[in-house]
Ligand binder design. Sequence first.
Ligand code: ZN
Ligand code: ZN
Length: 235
Amino acid sequence: MASRLPRYISRTSHEVQQRIEREPGACPVCSVVSDGIRRHIDALFYELVNDIQIREAIRKAGGFCRPHSQMVARQADALGTSLIFADVLGYELEGMDDGRFDRPPNTVGTVARILDGSVPGRAPCPLCREERGQADIAIDALLEGMRHEDFAAVYERSAGLCMPHFRIAFLRARDVAAWRRVLDVQQTTLNRLRGELQALALRFDYRNADETGGDESDSWKRALYLTAGWPEKQS
Ligand SMILES: [Zn+2]
Ligand SMILES: [Zn+2]
């Protein structure tokens, strides 16, 4: 249902509200951010290809992380990608020419261990950083919206946020009462989803012949999305 832009909330809060109304079962921040990143990739490959600072950031990061490389592969054009990645490979080759890879660290006495799963010697993916900036803006708009009754009522009928965005919201919240309402929604969603997962597991346990199942049939997928973030809509 299209509602007019209320005077008391910001345009971004209103956009978040519209997304919650449209798809109350999915994290609205994931939805805002995946559209924003898609627009950013367009701008990057069609307009910002020659921006020196951006090229430098991509070079230092050695390209993009895997999920963002896949987005770029689906979306960007051959020319922009060729220009940017000729740079990235040139930078990697320079490092090899300079001897950066001559001696593996485990062969020089001390033992090198990577415990946190990060890729050694790489700056963070520039699109991950952009995504985080956009998520912060959308989360602030959501928290601001929660201070208004109409917005909060819509939010309370939704499934709340994915857990990564919920944690960021926790760190950014400044209004205790508004935060409590966000927390309430999150607890309700987690409780309900956990119940569905248990019901689904029971169905398998009893070798229940009824394959059609109830609402819980896709709860295992929703649990993956809730904990990691909602997938990008394929258009
Ligand atoms: Zn999310
Ligand atoms: Zn990334």
